[in-house]
Write a protein that binds this ligand. Structure first.
Ligand code: ATP
Ligand code: MG
Length: 367
């Protein structure tokens, strides 16, 4: 899953400097043809810079960029089989929506009736039928974004770079559009490279995700791989919520470690050997924590790791209830209980509880 057999896009040691600042740092990456790839990372980590290099709006200071087997490092943007949808939309203010969407097709010399047909198809796709005559300043933010998306797709490029394509949409439209984008990408066979801030969005759409950190890629993998086997605390924290315990290896046997932490000794499953005394981080997702009342009298098998604490806050989210649990050591844990069964036990602030999790539910990371 890590490297496609026949790369469609290949970046080799690409670096981009802005004065003193290294926006993209010796980055190598391959995308397979027809892949839906997502780039995730905090603001300023170099996502837009990377897209601009692939599109050809900027030249790298070093490294090479191959697309569809050809070295495109020196090729100008308009000669690359690539289109980009910008974070800021960059619509032409004096043109109506239909002309914005058809702009690239006119440039290409496509016959008028075909342009009309293609524009109508795109308007339907982004649910803007009937708005073709409007100017961009007569549209809402979300509508502008959809025009930009339609314009980027109209030319059916081999590679489409999308910079935060859905950021301005409301939640419902955003989720709908995620599935539409997926469908579109599959039916056109276009390779998509999408930048997003939203890890859920990346997980819904992408077959592979790269998590970036200061110009480099920290980890690449399928969504489940990144979520369940993050290779660093940075990735673990960036993808979803996670509880972190810092500690030292106190005992190791077979595939288990005992890690001594401020919250007590935590037993974790680990197939990686760690030396005694080695500093490690134990990470546990909130949904893997089972909350029980600590004065429970009936005999129930207590999990290996059961940390005593008190419910500090509770948030009912419909499908799940989130708890903040303050442990005796002062650490605050987050636990998420699914509300799948009506009438399931809910805890209230002040309840004395045990936060339990299995050794297999914890991830061991080097600190
Ligand atoms: N033209 C430029 N001149 C100088 N610095 C720049 C330029 N473009 C980007 N940078 C810097 O390069 C770094 C990476 O910027 P980039 O726009 O790629 O980040 P990003 O990951 O897209 O962030 P965001 O999520 O906020 O859009 C930032 O520190 C930014 O300030
Ligand atoms: Mg950006």
């Amino acid at each position: 899953m890590t490297e496609p057999a026949i790369p469609f896009v290949r970046l080799e040691g690409v670096t981009k400097l802005h004065g003193q600042l290294t926006a993209v740092d010796n980055l190598s990456l391959t995308l397979a043809r027809g892949e839906f790839f997502a780039l995730l990372g905090p603001s300023g980590c170099g996502k837009t810079s990377l897209l601009r290099l692939i599109a050809g709006f900027e030249a790298p200071d070093s490294g090479r960029i191959f697309i569809d087997g050809a070295d495109m490092t020196e090729t100008p943007a308009h000669k690359r089989p690539v289109n980009m949808m910008f974070q800021t939309y960059a619509l032409f203010p004096h043109m109506n929506v239909a002309r914005n969407i058809g702009f690239g097709l006119v440039q290409e010399g496509m016959p008028k009736p075909e342009i009309k047909r293609r524009v109508a198809e795109m308007l339907r796709l982004v649910q803007l039928e009937g708005l073709g005559e409007r100017r961009p300043d007569q549209l809402s933010g979300g509508q502008k974004q959809r025009v930009a998306l339609a314009r980027a797709l109209a030319k059916r490029p081999k590679l489409l770079l999308l910079d935060e394509p859905l950021a301005a949409l409301d939640r419902r439209l955003r989720e709908e559009t995620q599935f539409e984008l997926l469908h579109l990408q599959k039916s056109f066979g276009v390779t998509f490279l999408v930048v997003t801030h939203d890890q859920r969005e990346a997980m819904v759409m992408a077959s592979r995700i790269a998590v970036m950190r200061t110009g480099r890629i920290e980890q690449i993998g399928a969504p489940a791989e990144i979520y369940e086997k993050p290779n660093s605390t940075y990735v673990a924290r960036f993808i979803g919520e996670i509880n972190i315990f810092e500690g030292k290896v106190a005992a190791a046997r077979d595939n288990f470690l005992s890690v001594s932490t401020a919250a007590g000794v935590i037993e974790v499953a680990s197939d990686v050997a760690h030396a005694l005394g080695h500093a490690v981080v134990v990470a546990v997702r909130p949904e893997r924590i089972l909350v029980t009342l600590s004065d429970l009298t009936e005999a129930s098998p207590s999990p290996v790791n059961a940390l005593a604490g008190e419910i500090e806050e509770k948030a009912y989210l419909g499908e799940a209830t989130l708890y903040r649990i303050r442990l005796a050591c002062g650490l605050v844990l987050r636990a998420a209980a699914q509300n799948a069964e009506p009438g399931a036990r809910a805890f209230e602030p002040g309840d004395k509880v045990a936060a339990g999790f299995a050794p297999e539910a914890a991830i061991v990371l080097s600190s």
